[in-house]
Design a protein around this ligand. Structure first.
Ligand SMILES: [Zn+2]
Length: 531
């Protein structure tokens, strides 16, 4: 989501210096130091026995087998006699080395997920970073790309603390929104950003000469780029214009449909439209679905072929707009009661002040437009995948009834709905994200695949997620137990392993539920109003 005031402020802070950054950092409480009882390891030798493995490359599941980890690196496994296994046997013989064994019977082991589009929240909706971090980890997300996570000063510090495992949090990649009104200012911003440890740019739909300067300079510094090609500027910077200038990733759908318009060169807005009215803004997005060259047309194919040739990555974040096609479902999601902070629920509630809470008077026609839009959008994403284009997974949670972690799993379900095989979904959610984060730096991936030598970022879940992604939701999937006649909740991630440290995912979920409970108690009997 693009929150103009907040994000503008963050970008401004990079130009104006520490005073403003500090003020913004106060909008979110950094995670507390990791307590000794939070997570175990890393171990000289961690052994995960009798587990089914989905490696993230798109390869088929294998096992049951044994996977070993030495420190924070995957070593051996898959029944092969790799170096890690030999080293592991040596470790087991040495009483001075720490060892730990997990019985993976009945479980699947996958690489940690990579959420390519996150913001951590902040006051008033979710004041503590710990809330989003634990929800992400509890849903198997071990790496996030903040676009931006929050202000740069906060993000740099939290990224470092996470890298040192001083906090319970996923790995953090720091993308920030650049500023610059002239090409030279744009280049100067990028040069300073590179010095400040920023990993990449979260672009908008800047005008062509500014966009060109941002992208050209970012490549000189090994920085990545992703763009939300906002409707305000997309008439002169659609997804093809941006890709031709060297943009790495198109996030959301903005810019695709505008590049495929059939009868116009700009979106044919209603004449009484105001972009400042968020119901207008989000309602009109969906009206693009039948204004474009239709799926499968020569123009459609040529559009995707040129992106493929340019190497553009699509990061659709379908989950974040999904309430548009059925707002009652999103508002009444089963997880809100236990896992959505009351303050976040307040933020989601229709309001002209909260970004993305645009349900001023949402109609049947609005939902049907969004259902039609999704059919076309999903086909665009799936056709690109079929041609060999890279698709990644992002959630953008924290807006539009889309709660951290849960939204990410919904994105997996929606990719399957778009036509992805579950193994293609996992590939998008793991290896593809890792490739996209590492390529700008010119280095091979360090995580995102279960392979010897990779960082030990993984998770274990009871049951087979390829058969049902719903078991990855924090509150599991509903299943009738035919032996007892009881309705049960099954699944839920059992362990999330980040950097060789094993977290009990049930405990992470319990911590989040306690945060929600605490806020409910503090609010006492205050009326909740219509939600
Ligand atoms: Zn966003």
């Amino acid at each position: 989501m693009k929150a103009p005031m907040l994000l503008g402020g963050i970008a401004l802070s990079l130009l104006l210096g520490p005073a403003i950054s500090t003020a913004l950092a106060q909008g979110i409480v950094p995670a507390p130091d990791r307590r000794p009882d939070e997570g175990i390891g890393p171990f000289d030798r961690l052994t995960i026995r009798n587990v089914m493995v989905v490696d993230g490359t798109g390869g088929p599941p294998r096992g049951p087998t044994t996977v070993t980890v030495s420190g924070n690196r995957i070593g051996g496994g898959g029944g092969r006699r790799g170096a890690g296994q030999r080293g592991g046997r040596g470790a087991a013989e040495d009483p001075n080395l720490s060892t730990h064994t997990i019985d993976g019977t009945g479980m699947y082991l996958l690489p940690g997920f990579v959420d390519m589009h996150v913001h951590v929240g902040g006051r008033p909706k979710s004041p503590e970073a710990e809330y989003a971090y634990k929800l992400w980890l509890a849903h198997g997300v071990t790496t996030v790309r903040g676009v931006s996570l929050s202000g740069n000063e906060f993000t740099v510090r939290e990224k470092e603390r996470s890298a040192n495992n001083e906090i319970v949090a996923p790995r953090i990649f720091n993308y920030q929104r650049p500023r610059g009104d002239t090409p030279e200012q744009a280049r100067e911003w990028v040069r300073r950003a590179a010095e400040r440890g920023i990993d990449g740019l979260k672009l908008g739909s800047s005008r062509p000469e500014i966009m060109a300067a941002f992208l050209d300079e970012s490549k000189k510094h090994g920085m990545g780029s992703t763009a939300h090609l906002g409707q305000g500027g997309v008439a002169q910077m659609n997804a093809m214009d941006a890709a031709r200038l060297g943009l790495d990733t198109v996030t959301h759908f903005y810019g695709h449909f505008e590049a495929l318009l059939k009868d116009y060169v700009v979106q044919p807005w209603p004449v009484d439209h105001s972009q400042s009215n968020e119901q207008h803004r989000f309602g009109q997005v969906a009206r693009l679905w039948d204004k474009i060259h239709p799926p499968g047309s020569p123009e459609w194919k040529a559009y995707l072929q040129e992106h493929l040739d340019l190497g553009t990555v699509f990061d659709p974040t379908m989950t974040i707009y999904s309430a548009g096609r059925d707002v009652m479902r999103a508002r009444a999601a089963e997880w809100h009661d236990e896992y959505t902070l009351p303050s976040l629920m307040d933020f989601y509630t229709p309001s002209r002040g909260s970004h993305g809470s645009y349900w001023f008077y949402w109609t049947t026609a609005d939902e049907i437009a969004w259902k039609n839009f999704y059919r076309v959008w999903m086909q665009l994403i799936n056709d690109y995948k079929k041609m060999g284009g890279r698709v990644t997974t992002g959630s953008d949670s924290g807006f539009i009834y889309d709660t951290y972690g849960f939204g990410f799993i919904e994105e997996l379900e929606m990719l399957q709905e778009a036509g992805f095989h579950p193994l293609e979904v996992v590939q998008a959610a793991t290896m593809n994200g890792a490739l996209t984060l590492h390529e700008p730096k010119g280095i091979p991936i360090q995580f995102g695949v279960i392979r010897e030598g990779m960082l030990a970022d993984m998770f274990l879940v009871e049951g087979n997620p390829l058969a049902n992604f719903k078991i990855l939701y924090g509150n599991g999937a509903i299943k009738l137990n035919d032996e007892t006649g009881e309705v049960e909740r099954v699944g839920g991630i059992r362990y999330t392993i980040k950097d060789g440290i094993v977290y009990d995912a049930a405990q992470l979920r319990a911590d989040v539920r306690a945060m929600v409970e605490k806020q409910k108690r503090e609010r006492g009997t205050q009326g909740d109003g219509v939600r």
